[in-house]
Design a protein around this ligand. Structure first.
Ligand SMILES: [Zn+2]
Length: 406
C-alpha cells in the first residue's frame, strides 16, 4: 500500500488543496481532508488562510452526513496564474497555467537554442505571451535540459545546447520585472507530478524520462532533491558499461550512450534494419511490425535501463517509479527487458516495487515549469529562494499586482 500521508510533508498540502479544488471543483472541507488523507484540523487551517487571502471562496452549502450543512469551497477566479516555458534545442513551448494547474493556453514556437542571441530571442517570444496574459501573474517558470545552479538565480549550463554559465534567470528578471524560477526540465516535471500527477499520493518517488536522453527527477520525503548544485538525478550519465560508447558529456559507457535515441539509431543502422537517412521512428515502426532484431534492440535497452533504475532505487528508496517522456510511445518494446532488469536488480524484499508508465504530451514539460511557480508559495524548504518569496508576496497581495505589460 502506498503511504498517502500528505500531512507528513505539510509544505505541499496547500498546493495539493488548490490542485484538488481545480480538478474536482468546489468541495467541503471534510471531503478535502478525506481525499488528501490529511487531518480535518490541517485543512481548516489551510483553508482559513486561503480565504483570508482571497485565493479561495465559500460557495453553496450541501447536506452532510452529520445533518449540519457543509459549506463548499472553491477557487477564486482571480487568484493568479503562472507562465511555464520549456526550452528545447529547436523549439520553445509556452503555456499559461491557472492556480489549480489547468493549462489555459499553449503555444509552440520554432527556436534555435544554439544561436548566439538565444536568450534575447526567448525574451521576444515571452513578451508576446505576457502581453496576452490576463489576471494576476505570479511568475514565470522555465524548464531546460541542463544544469541549473539554483531555481532562484537561474544560471544554466547546458552542453547539448551550447549554454555555458548562461544568465537566463537574471536576464528574464531584468527584462520582465516578475519572479522567474529556472530549473532542470526533469526536476520541474517531478514537481508537476508531485502537485498534479501520480506523485500526489507518494512521499518519495522517481520521475524517469526516456527520449533523446534519460533523465530523473527525485522527490524525497515530499520535496525535490536537487543536490549541492542542482545536479542530482542525472542518471543518463551513470557509468554503466565498461569500455562503452562515447557519451555527449565526454565520458564513456554512460547509460544514455547505451539507451538514448542516438544509441538506438546507431545500433539499428549497424544491424542493417534502418538506412543512414532513417531514424528512431523507423526503428519503432520495424519493431511494431514484428521485426525481432528491432525488438531485441529495445529489449536490451529495457534491460539496461531496468538495472540502472534498480540501482537508483537502492540509493533513494522510493515508493514508486513514474516513467514518461517523448520515447514512452515505444514502451511496449522496452517493457519485457525493463521488467527483467528492474526486478532482478532489486532485493527480494522489494521485488514488488511498482512502476507506472504515463502517456506523454509535450505540454507536460511546460506545465512542469509553471509548477515551479505554483509550488513556490508553499515552499517551506526554500528551494525557490528569494524568487519564491516574491511569488508568495504576489499571491498574498490583492488585485493590485495585475499581469505586467512589458
Ligand atoms: Zn554521459
Amino acid at each position: 500500500m502506498p503511504r498517502t500521508a500528505l500531512s507528513s510533508h505539510g509544505d505541499l498540502v496547500p498546493s495539493a488543496v488548490l490542485a484538488l479544488l481545480g480538478q474536482r471543483g468546489a468541495l467541503s472541507r471534510a471531503d478535502i481532508a478525506r481525499i488528501l488523507d490529511v487531518s480535518p484540523a490541517t485543512i481548516t487551517q489551510v483553508t482559513k488562510e486561503f480565504l483570508a487571502k482571497g485565493i479561495i471562496e465559500e460557495q453553496a452549502s450541501v447536506p452532510s452526513a452529520g445533518g449540519r450543512p457543509a459549506r463548499l469551497i472553491g477557487l477564486a477566479q482571480d487568484a493568479g496564474g503562472a507562465i511555464g516555458v520549456k526550452v528545447a534545442a529547436q523549439h520553445v513551448e509556452i503555456v499559461t497555467v491557472a492556480i489549480d494547474g489547468e493549462i489555459t493556453s499553449a503555444a509552440h514556437h520554432p527556436y534555435d537554442a544554439t544561436a548566439d542571441n538565444a536568450i534575447e530571442e526567448l525574451c521576444t517570444l515571452l513578451k508576446t505571451q505576457l502581453s496576452q496574459f490576463t489576471g494576476k501573474l505570479l511568475g514565470i517558470g522555465i524548464g531546460i535540459a541542463g544544469n541549473v545552479n539554483s531555481q532562484e538565480s537561474g544560471i544554466v549550463n547546458a552542453p547539448t545546447l551550447g549554454w555555458k554559465e548562461a544568465k537566463l534567470g537574471p536576464t528574464l528578471r531584468n527584462t520582465f520585472g516578475v519572479p522567474v524560477l529556472v530549473e532542470n526540465d526533469v526536476n520541474a516535471l517531478a514537481v508537476a507530478e508531485r502537485l498534479y500527477g501520480t506523485g500526489q499520493r507518494y512521499n518519495s518517488f522517481l520521475t524517469v524520462t526516456i527520449g533523446r536522453g534519460i533523465g530523473c527527477g527525485m522527490i524525497v520525503d515530499g520535496a525535490l532533491h536537487r543536490g549541492a548544485a542542482g545536479g542530482a538525478g542525472e542518471i543518463g550519465h551513470l557509468p554503466t558499461a565498461i569500455d562503452g560508447p562515447l557519451c555527449d558529456c565526454g565520458a564513456y559507457g554512460c547509460l544514455e550512450a547505451l539507451v538514448g535515441q542516438k544509441a538506438f539509431e546507431q545500433q539499428a543502422r549497424q544491424a542493417g534494419i534502418i538506412t543512414p537517412e532513417q531514424n528512431i521512428t523507423d526503428l519503432l515502426d520495424q519493431a511494431s511490425r514484428g521485426n525481432t532484431t528491432a525488438q531485441d534492440i529495445y529489449k536490451k535497452a529495457g534491460y539496461t535501463l531496468g538495472r540502472a533504475i534498480a540501482g537508483v532505487v537502492h540509493t533513494i528508496d522510493p515508493e514508486i517509479v513514474v516513467l514518461l517522456g517523448e520515447g514512452i510511445d515505444a514502451w511496449e518494446h522496452w517493457q519485457p527487458g525493463f521488467e527483467r532488469g528492474f526486478r532482478s536488480g532489486q532485493w527480494a524484499t522489494r521485488t514488488n516495487l511498482p512502476y507506472v508508465v504515463e502517456p506523454w504530451d509535450d505540454d507536460k514539460w511546460a506545465l512542469g515549469a509553471a509548477a515551479l511557480v505554483l509550488a513556490a508559495p508553499f515552499d517551506s524548504r526554500n528551494t525557490s529562494g528569494g524568487q519564491g518569496k516574491l511569488v508568495r508576496e504576489r499571491l498574498n497581495t490583492g488585485a493590485t499586482l495585475a499581469g505586467v505589460t512589458p
